[in-house]
Design a protein around this ligand. Structure first.
Ligand SMILES: [Fe+2]
Length: 485
């Protein structure tokens, strides 16, 4: 593990302002030897313009200059730049500006010009330290702002692959690196047990290719990161564990960089948030998996009910050769009519099921009445008229058919109120039941029955039109013949 070391490179820019060329030359040598960038200006007015145009970290300024004094220069600069660090050089003790002025102009230090500049070097080093501290504070502030902006994004629900890509992008921009990858443990994702991997830059490869790239020593370091739950620093990169206080390590992020980001703590904070958001997506995937399972179970149960009912229906059809196939055709016509009214899928499904089961109640009617070819007497007819209620009762036993119970119960009601079993009128009859009624009547007329032969299409049409508005809903009749054409 390496310690982050304070970088001392030429990214510190120092401007020196003095009208004595000898002083500029000496300071040029000293500053460059200290490893900083040097800029010398001998005109105080020009110095003001240079600071306005370019960013400097530190200004070393002579006090006694022409045409304006050093404190005047500072006064001008402070009008537009509060950040630059300023050290004032004085020729003689008694020529220094008063302490009050030094303080009010935010001059960070002053010293006398001396032959060996030791005091000035100490002041420069201390100023540079302050500049670095200021930069670190600013980086932290910017980094925290970035985290505040990016974290809500990763908590928005999305696919795990999108999330990993987003997290990697954020971390790479925090650490200013170009090659990185993220790898998540074996978890059950969408029913599959697999490791998730996302790489950017040189790691933008398939998982298989990526595994080939890994050296044993690197794998060991990844393992160490996970067991220690700590950042591990390598020669060319950093391995961050993805974990939060409440969950175990989910995986790691590797950033290829030979510079340790100053804001390591921010990266750790972000990694904790990232791990939590990954865990959220994982939990969500488990919940939807459970939902899928429930859906499957529900569908299986539904199928079993349908099978059971199918047996009942076949019993009806077996009882009566004349009605065989009738229920399927009623369902077919009813759905056609429903579609022409632009009904939603749920309503169409109800029409189909109700069409299939509308006469299920007939299994409760005695065979000698059901199959009688002679004219039925009054009590026998009253018995037949019970089939909608008997059917409704059969279907009521199964909760999943509760929506079609009214359709079965009212399929023999008439608009004019002269239908059975309740004598409902007009809008009192559910709309879908009015559709079943037309489909049922049409198919009954166009099929052979034991007591009569089928009518031809034109005759059936005439009969239905003749009863439109009395027996049948006129809108349904109109739509039906619209599609029948
Ligand atoms: Fe019926």
């Amino acid at each position: 593990m390496r310690k982050a070391k304070l970088e001392k490179s030429s990214d510190i820019k120092i401007i020196v302002v003095d009208d004595e060329k000898g002083i500029l030359d000496s300071l040029s040598v000293i500053i460059k030897r200290l490893g900083y960038q040097y800029e010398g200006v001998n005109n105080p007015l020009e110095a003001i313009e240079r600071v306005r145009e370019e960013e400097f970290d530190l200004m070393i300024l002579d006090f006694l200059m022409q045409p304006i004094l050093g404190d005047k220069v500072v006064e001008e600069i402070r009008k537009f730049n509060k950040d630059i660090y300023i050290l004032l050089l004085t020729g003689y003790k008694d020529a220094a500006p008063p302490l009050k002025a030094i303080k009010s102009l935010d001059i960070q230090g002053y010293c006398e010009k001396a032959d060996n500049f030791d005091q000035l070097i100490l002041l420069i080093e201390s100023a540079v330290k302050s500049v670095y501290q200021k930069r670190t504070i600013k980086n932290f502030k910017d980094g925290l702002n970035k985290i505040l902006v990016t974290v809500p994004d990763i908590y928005r629900l999305k696919s795990i692959n999108e999330l990993l890509e987003e997290i990697l992008g954020h971390i790479m921009s925090f650490a200013h690196c170009k090659n990185a990858f993220i790898i998540i443990d074996n978890l059950i994702w969408s029913g599959k047990n697999e490791s998730l991997f996302k790489g950017i830059g040189t790691y933008d490869v398939s998982l298989d290719k990526f595994i080939e790239m890994l050296e044993p020593s690197f794998l060991e370091e990844m393992g160490r990161t996970r067991t220690l739950k700590q950042v591990v620093y390598l020669e060319n990169g950093i391995i961050l564990p993805l974990m939060s206080d409440t969950i175990q390590t989910l995986g790691v992020v590797y950033l290829e960089t030979n510079k340790i980001p100053v804001e390591m703590e921010l990266l750790r904070i972000y990694a904790t948030q990232a791990a939590t958001s990954i865990n959220n997506v994982y939990l969500h995937s488990i919940v939807s998996m459970k939902n899928d399972e429930l859906d499957r179970t529900y569908n299986e149960l539904k199928q079993r009910y349908l099978d059971a009912i199918q047996v009942l229906r076949l019993t009806v059809d077996a009882k009566d050769v004349y009605t065989r196939g009738h229920s399927d055709r009623v369902a077919y016509y009813a759905v056609k009519i429903g579609k022409s009214f632009n009904l939603d899928e749920e309503s169409l499904e109800k029409l189909k099921t109700a069409g299939i089961f509308h006469d299920i109640g007939k299994i409760g009617i005695a065979d000698d009445i059901l199959f009688k070819t002679d004219k039925l007497n009054e009590s026998e007819y009253a018995e037949i008229k019970k089939h909608p209620i008997k059917g409704a009762n059969i279907l009521s036993a199964v909760s999943m058919f509760k929506d079609i119970v009214p359709l079965v119960k009212y399929h023999h009601e008439r608009i004019d109120g002269r239908g059975y079993p309740f004598g409902l009128k007009g809008d009192e009859i559910p709309f879908l039941a009015r559709i079943i009624s037309v489909a049922d009547a049409f198919d009954a007329m166009t099929s052979d029955r034991q007591y009569r032969s089928k009518l031809d299409l034109a005759e059936a049409k005439n009969q239905i039109i003749a009863n439109s508005g009395t027996q049948f809903d006129s809108d349904v009749v109109e739509k039906f013949f619209g599609i029948a054409e």
